[in-house]
Design a protein around this ligand. Structure first.
Ligand code: PLP
Length: 430
């Protein structure tokens, strides 16, 4: 593990009024958390917090282009729209997938060119669509006749991608197919309708579902995209864009890894959309970029020891921590992702006990995990929760008026200098 080499006098600003803490050598998330928790403790603050490891975000962005040299990255803002994450990605040259007026506005206000935005919500509110038009954000998705009517009325010159629902169903943690995408059988009528309205369809898009559990889902969808592409060409559209959406896993320990996905997807793209054909390929990853870059720290605010029948040994420990399923970890209520928690600043014994972690609200479903092996920890100690970057605080509530954790930013000095001088940039235009 790296030494902790924080240089307190070397605190820089990237934008706005929030500091990035520059470290001489990149540290572990636990080191960043220890530093922040110790600092807070001196001020008598016991609120939960989050740390962003900017080096990790940069690494993952650059790894994308190593693995997918043909696929332009449009970061899905909905996954985590923290201002610093968005700013770092902008500095790296990323494009952006926005779902609403506010997301478009946030990206434009950072100085991102409209050509680097895709408005990838197939169902858009009228006023949001008008805002997109006023700001020249002209690339967008649709999946119904009603949406075509809306686009014709409000933004007739938009460049459209037809979103289809992949026919073959594969295992995903979060299915999007029930809500979005036209079926293959509907594509022809939608193309004809768009043509009759004088609209400009330039490609197709899909989303295999978030946290997709097999690379074959992408392979199958790319093949289907080719068939829909050909229908568009047959109707007379100049089809130039394929958008393969999101769905890539965030945690490197889970399969398919990004490398496994890349191998299958690149092969399929070469087979069905060879480079010589000139079709531009884009993707909208969210989770892949940010899930591992953020970790959380929460304070143990309560504990209950449950003994065996003889009352001689501890059978189970229940912890109450001050961030929960209504805060950073909304996904524990919906998805099967594993909640990964460990002690911080704890000279813990190696003996482990079956443990449950509860969040801080008065709701009985505010439960984070029920059978974690954890060392015995005292009330007032801190725990670290990994994988807190995706669909976490962008989905959190302040139910029971619990404070939302503050996010602290850390970056190694080398990465920081390169970000500032622009040498890490790999640009993409949607
Ligand atoms: N694009 C669209 C249209 C989405 O709806 C989503 C997630 O819901 C994403 C991209 C990002 O997906 P992921 O975080 O799984 O990569």
């Amino acid at each position: 593990m790296n030494k902790t080499l924080f240089s307190d006098n070397n605190v820089s600003r990237i934008m706005g009024d929030t500091d990035v803490q520059i470290v001489d050598v990149r540290c572990s998330h636990e080191d960043y958390i220890k530093r922040q928790v110790t600092f807070q403790a001196k001020l008598g603050i016991d609120d939960p917090l989050l740390i962003l490891d900017i080096d990790e975000l940069v690494e993952r962005y650059r790894k994308w282009y190593k693995l997918f040299p043909r696929v332009k990255l449009c970061y899905a803002m909905k996954c985590n729209n923290d201002e610093k994450i968005v700013d770092v990605l902008k500095r790296l040259g990323s494009s952006f997938d926005c779902a609403s007026k506010a997301e478009i506005q946030q990206v434009l206000e950072l100085g991102v060119d409209p050509s680097r935005i895709i408005y990838a919500n197939p169902c858009k509110q009228n006023s949001h669509l008008t805002y997109a038009k006023e700001h020249n954000v002209d690339l967008m998705t649709f999946d119904t006749e009603e949406e075509l009517i809306k686009v014709k009325m409000l933004y007739g010159s938009a460049r459209l991608l037809m979103r289809f629902r992949p026919k073959n169903i594969y295992e995903v943690m979060y299915d999007l197919g029930k809500k979005f995408g036209c079926d293959f059988e509907e594509a022809m009528d939608l193309f004809i309708s768009a043509k009759n309205k004088g609209l400009n369809v330039i490609g197709v898009c899909f989303h295999v579902g978030s946290n997709c559990l097999t690379s074959n889902a992408f392979a199958s969808a790319i093949k289907e995209a080719r068939r829909i592409f050909d229908i568009g060409l047959q109707i007379g559209f100049d089809m130039t864009v394929l958008d393969i959406g999101g769905g890539f896993r965030g945690r490197d320990i889970e399969r398919p890894t990004i490398e496994e996905n890349a191998e299958v997807i690149n092969q399929c793209l070469d087979d069905y959309f060879p480079e010589a054909g000139g079709v531009k390929i884009i993707a909208e990853p969210g989770r892949y970029l940010v899930e591992t870059a953020v970790s959380a720290a929460a304070n143990i605010i309560g504990r209950k020891l449950i003994y065996d029948n003889d009352k001689t040994s501890i059978e189970h420990v229940m912890y109450n921590i001050n961030d929960g399923a209504y805060g950073t970890f909304t996904w524990v209520k919906e998805g099967p992702e594993v909640f990964v928690m460990s002690p911080v600043l704890n000279k813990a014994s190696t003996e482990k006990h079956h443990s449950t972690a509860w969040g801080p609200t008065c709701c009985g479903t505010d439960c984070l995990a029920t059978d974690m092996p954890l060392p015995l920890m005292e009330v007032g100690k801190w725990v670290q929760i990994s994988y807190a970057g995706a669909y976490s605080f962008s989905c959190s509530t302040n139910f029971n008026s619990m404070p939302r954790p503050k996010l602290y930013y850390f970056c190694s000095s080398d990465t920081w200098s390169s970000l500032v001088n622009g040498s890490l940039k790999i640009s993409s235009i949607c």
